[in-house]
Design a protein. Sequence first.
Length: 339
Amino acid sequence: MSELRKDPVIDRWVIIANERSLKPYEFGVHGEIRKPGPCVFCEGMEMHTPKEVFSIRNDHTETNQPGWRVRVVPNKFPALRVEEPISHCIDGICESLSGSGAHEVIVETPDHYSELGDLSVNHITEVLFAYRERMRDLERDHRFRYCIIFKNQGALAGASIQHAHSQLIAIPVIPKRVKEELLGAEKYYKEKNRCVFCDIVEYHQNNNQRMIVENELFLAFVPYAPRFPYEIWILPKKHASHYLKVEDQELEYLSEILKKLLISMRKSLNDSPYNLILHAAPFERKGERSYQESYHWHMEMLPAMTKVAGFEWGTGFYINPVIPEEAADMLKKNIPLKV
């Protein structure tokens, strides 16, 4: 049984999920050596996962059978459970919620040995399409206020299964880290009547210092104050608060940018582990604050090259040993012309 507990000092929610301790771990202590397949995420092993909730399949293939290209299943060791009803408890300074939410795995390819960067642009587009469709479906469940999609690539980035996959978690509250970003964007909008992310897009279009790559609809750059070496942001040029609103054509342009960045990261950073995080506004709910004008969805790519230690935990500051402009130059140098 999972439970959400609230820190009474800083309003941070924590998920207590003892089932997560049972999840398998495929990586060795010191290495990233890939175990040979098949694994539970491989084609032909569908009976070893929960039943799929979404898939992109070849014609004339059946649900929960081989023939899929992208497959989404509930996490077998979930942080939260979709069938759990919401209950709220307050006991003095202690506040908790039942572990109601959704925790899904997006299996990106049936091939055990391919990573996201190895896939074709069309296949990456299908992965991004699956992200959007699962978000759209979970938005209909009014228990949920926020949904995050993330990818942990490699043991040092938090992955426990080697087969290429992303994860989705939908929760009934807005996380503290997300709330800080939302409120910062809202403050900027109230002061200047403009979206801060739109201004960031305009700045980088006019200033190539930290730009890495762009196309008609998206641009990618190293931010001015990155927390981590070679941190990358991907922003749509058109304002939209939520990934839910992305159109099919936009997904094609996003997958092109993503493919180029993954190739560059592999060359530039010696195939470093990384985290990919999709930031979007909370689900719109009647009577709740809306962030449609002030917020701008985006992706962050965070290579796992440094460790968060005592100073960072204690202060919220980050020490980045790589000059952002130099990081951008290296990544830009290894961007392929075509993918």
